[in-house]
Design a protein around this ligand. Structure first.
Ligand SMILES: Cc1cc2nc3c(=O)[nH]c(=O)nc-3n(C[C@H](O)[C@H](O)[C@H](O)COP(=O)(O)O)c2cc1C
Length: 265
């Protein structure tokens, strides 16, 4: 079984490609949390690096997994450049549950957060050249249950940056917000949010007379992990980052992944 977390589809595409070879079922991490998976002999975890570490959602969901200590557990982490503390963190979280990671590797892909820094993730398509051979190697390794941890150890700077007090300030840069004037209430973002953290609500500042016909507007709750799925997939460019509109051409998703693949509910 492969459990994934994904905002722009990079990690989902990797999970699916592994599954094509191994035949493992691919399931969103949020749907596996709390379930008894102790009968599973193989567990793959595929997720991205966010802010030099695991996404907040992954940090919260992994401790809710019930896995067997005897299972072959492998981790594949997608990243724009480096995984920094992501491997260290996930190993630590699993170790607390008595589960050992047998194999982990990283794979570089376009950086889905680049648009928050005024850059176009689509300009990083060159990363797919190396990606293909790395993915083939990973697939071969996990299909034959190889062991080996390919990572560079603990990164003190990354650890410092992920302290809640520091993260609250720095990570604002990648925080999405809805522009109520552009939002038409289609609900796409609510269907794909891997945190189930977006609701469609009517704007109560509208006059009461307008309410029945006024469209609902997306509202992002306080459990956002900044995966940016809502930004990349909003058909109306209504989701901005840190109060700034994003350029249409800067929106990105993995070329093998479509909107329908991202729908979780
Ligand atoms: C909020 C955010 C922060 C990110 N931080 C990092 C990072 O620290 N290092 C890195 O190499 N890539 C970083 N990335 C890029 C992602 O790791 C990469 O694009 C990943 O494949 C996205 O996977 P997904 O589409 O499955 O979410 C970040 C992306 C986002 C959205």
């Amino acid at each position: 079984m492969i459990l994934y977390f994904s905002g722009s589809g990079n990690s989902l595409a990797v999970a699916r490609q592994i599954s094509n070879k191994t035949g493992e079922q691919v399931i969103p991490l949020c749907k596996a949390a709390g379930k008894d998976l102790t009968d599973e002999k193989r567990i793959g975890l595929v997720f991205p690096t966010y802010w030099l570490d695991v996404p907040i959602a992954v940090r919260e969901l992994v401790p809710q997994l019930h896995l067997s200590a005897a299972a072959y557990v492998y981790v594949v982490i997608t990243c724009g450049a480096q995984t920094n503390n992501a491997v260290w963190t996930v190993r630590r979280l699993l170790r607390k549950q008595g589960v050992k990671v047998a194999y982990c590797h990283k794979i570089r892909v376009p950086d889905s957060s680049a648009l928050a820094f005024g850059r176009d993730p689509n300009q990083q398509a060159w990363k797919f050249e190396r990606y293909r051979s790395r993915l083939e190697q990973i697939i071969q390794d996990v299909a034959t249950e190889q062991r080996g941890l390919h990572f560079s150890g603990f990164d003190p700077f990354g650890w410092l940056l992920s302290r809640p007090s520091v993260a609250a300030k720095t990570q604002k840069v990648t925080r999405p917000n809805v522009n109520a004037e552009r939002c038409v209430g289609c609900g796409t973002c609510a269907k794909i949010c891997p945190q189930d953290n977006i609701v469609m609500a009517r704007n109560d500042v509208l006059p009461a007379s307008a309410t029945p016909s006024a469209p609902a507007t997306a509202q992002i709750g306080d459990r956002c992990t900044a995966c940016l799925a809502c930004v990349h997939f909003c058909p109306h460019l209504a989701v901005e980052i840190n109060g700034k509109a994003v350029k249409k051409e800067f929106r990105y998703h993995h070329p093998d992944i479509k909107l329908a693949d991202m729908v979780l509910r």
